[in-house]
Structure formats: structure tokens, C-alpha cells
Design a protein around this ligand. Structure first.
Ligand SMILES: [Zn+2]
Length: 344
């Protein structure tokens, strides 16, 4: 039995010398030392030995096991070190290579303009209100004094979702929502920025989606002169203290009287040039005193309160501020264009 153990030892050690990898090593371990392995197999025969032989053979068995285990452990360590070395080699980082440049993002010029306009009006005591882009016919038209079949609806070709639901064509519905939420309280002083949608063919000055900012003030004794003073303050903060405005009579269903507002042409300073068609003025927004019917729809008594409202296209404000000639630049997401505004 002792001979069988010795033979097993030398056979195992021989095979271990040539083992190729960790998997084969484990197979050999199971083959010789496992529960059903060769060593166990031999030692199972110990029951037939005499009491004197048993401890001797037992000791030889332990020595054989220890010898094989020692070689396996040594091989195992060797394989692990080789694997680590291989991975280190494969994953070597060349710290001398230049890094990948990560460009910093910037706020979109239109968002920048919106924030700037908001800041100006917040400075005058306004709060910022928002409303849904999917709007009902009632809020978008009817409550703004544009009943069904009103010819002025043609001014704003709309994207209808159902007969009663559409993508809002203006930010004015937020006026009605704000008045209703105020529940008759005054003063109301809000601006409402947001996206609006019209069935326009896209060109240098039109887009099916663009941004508006609506302003609304309601209170006792609000006058047209308050409106003009407010807009002059806005224009001078936005474009510079040398800027002037003028109001021209106009028509909007939701204001009476209504006016278009022109601002001094920034290009020529008012002396006349091609951009302002030699008038010295550039149109920037529409405004007026809130129509009594709109006040009623908003839950106010037109005999007790008055108000003014104005609406401006954010793209137009931006075109004038930055001297850009095509609105489509804002939507093309060309980083060469957008990055120019990163540091303004
Ligand atoms: Zn000009």
C-alpha cells in the first residue's frame, strides 16, 4: 500500500510539472485529491490493515497529500501571477497620449434671451407664469374675444388636434388662465414665456414653432401710459439707453385700443438704412389695453379694473439683438453658430 502511495505521488508530481493552465491544474487536483480521487481510493483500503500499520500508512498518506497540495499551490500562484502580468500588459495606459477634448455646453441663445427678458420684468415686479402648449379652443381663441368664424382666426393658421383642442398659436391663453387663477384679485403682473405653433411655411422669418413672451397687467387705473412706460423701460434695458419706441395704431381682437411697437433701428441708430427700410424704426411687438370682454372672461369687472397686455416673438428680439438675418439658425443646432453665444 505504501508502494501504491509512493507511485501515486511520483505520478502526480510528474503530471503537475507539465500542467498547462489553471483549468488543467484544477482537473488534476480533483483527479488525485478530490473526494472520489485516487488518494482517497487508496486510503479507503486502510480498514484491512493491522493496528500497527495503520498509523504508518496514514502518515505516508498525509505526506503524499501535503506534497501534491504544495505543488498545486505553487503552480496556482504561478498561473495567477502570469494572468495578472498579462492583464497589466493588455490594459496598459499610455499616459503620454493627449486626452479627448470634452466641449463645454452653453445655454441656447433663445433661452438666454428669454432669461434676459424675464430678469428685466422680474426687476419691475412681474412674476413668471406658464401654461400648456396643447390648449383648448376656448382658452386659445374664444376667451380672447375670437369667437368661432371670427375672421381674425385666419391670421393664425392652427394645428388642430380635435375640433376643440389645438397646439396654442400664441401665449395669450396664459392671460386667461392667470386671470382665472387670480380669482378677481389685483394686481396681476405676469409674463408668460413659451413655445407656440402655427401652420407657417418655414423661411428666414417664419417657423411653424417659435417662442413668444406675453405680458399682462391688471389693476385699478392701469393706463396706456403705464404700458408705454413699461415697454420703453424694457427696450432700453434690452438694447441700450439710447433706444426709443413709438406706438402705431393696430388691431388685435383681445385688446382695445391696440398698437404695434417700433424700436429705434439698432443698425443705423434711427437715421435710416436698408434694414429698417429707411424709416429708422423696427417693429418688435404688439400690445394694447385688455379688451373689456377678455377681462370678463377672466372674471373681472371692466368697470372696476383695467389692464394692458403685450406679446413679443423671442426670435425677433434675438435677431435684432444679435444682428442675425435668418430665424432658422436658431433651430439647426449647428454648434458653430451656437457656440458664438456661449460667452456673450
Ligand atoms: Zn436702420
Amino acid at each position: 500500500m505504501k508502494e501504491r502511495l509512493e507511485a501515486l505521488r511520483s505520478e502526480a508530481l510528474d503530471k503537475l510539472q507539465t500542467v498547462a493552465d489553471a483549468v488543467a491544474l484544477n482537473d488534476l487536483r480533483v483527479h488525485y485529491l478530490g473526494k472520489k480521487g485516487q488518494l482517497t481510493e487508496i486510503l479507503r483500503g486502510m480498514g484491512s490493515l493491522s493496528a500497527e500499520e495503520r498509523p504508518i500508512i496514514g502518515q505516508v498518506g498525509n505526506e503524499v497529500r501535503a506534497a501534491i497540495e504544495a505543488v498545486i499551490a505553487e503552480k496556482q500562484t504561478g498561473f495567477e501571477q502570469a494572468e495578472t502580468a498579462r492583464r497589466l500588459q493588455a490594459e496598459t495606459i499610455d499616459v503620454t497620449l493627449p486626452g479627448k477634448a470634452v466641449g463645454a455646453g452653453a445655454i441656447h441663445p433663445l433661452n438666454k434671451i428669454v432669461e434676459e427678458i424675464e430678469d428685466i420684468f422680474i426687476g419691475m415686479g412681474y412674476t413668471v407664469a406658464e401654461g400648456p402648449e396643447v390648449e383648448t379652443d376656448f382658452f386659445n381663441f374664444e376667451a380672447l374675444n375670437l369667437p368661432k368664424n371670427h375672421p381674425a382666426r385666419d391670421m393664425q393658421d392652427s394645428f388642430y388636434i380635435t375640433d376643440e383642442i389645438l397646439l396654442r398659436t400664441q401665449t395669450s391663453p396664459v392671460q386667461i388662465r392667470t386671470m382665472k387663477a387670480a380669482n378677481g384679485r389685483t394686481p396681476v403682473k405676469v409674463i408668460c414665456p413659451g413655445k407656440v405653433y402655427r401652420r407657417d411655411d418655414d423661411d428666414a422669418t417664419h417657423s411653424f414653432m417659435f417662442h413668444q413672451i406675453e405680458g399682462l397687467v391688471i389693476g385699478p387705473n392701469i393706463r396706456m401710459s403705464d404700458l408705454k412706460g413699461t415697454l420703453l423701460q424694457f427696450v432700453q434695458e434690452m438694447y441700450g439707453p439710447q433706444m426709443q419706441i413709438r406706438l402705431r395704431p393696430s388691431f388685435f381682437p383681445f385688446t382695445e385700443p391696440s398698437a404695434e411697437v417700433d424700436v429705434t433701428c439698432a443698425q443705423c441708430g434711427g437715421s435710416g438704412c436698408r434694414m429698417c427700410k429707411h424709416t429708422g424704426w423696427i417693429e418688435i411687438l404688439g400690445c394694447g389695453m385688455v379688451h373689456p370682454k377678455v377681462l370678463e372672461y377672466g372674471g373681472y369687472d371692466p368697470n372696476e379694473v383695467t389692464g394692458f397686455a403685450f406679446g413679443m416673438g423671442v426670435e425677433r428680439i434675438a435677431l435684432l439683438k444679435y444682428g442675425i438675418d435668418d430665424i432658422r439658425h436658431f433651430y439647426a443646432n449647428d454648434t458653430k453658430f451656437l457656440s458664438q453665444f456661449a460667452k456673450i
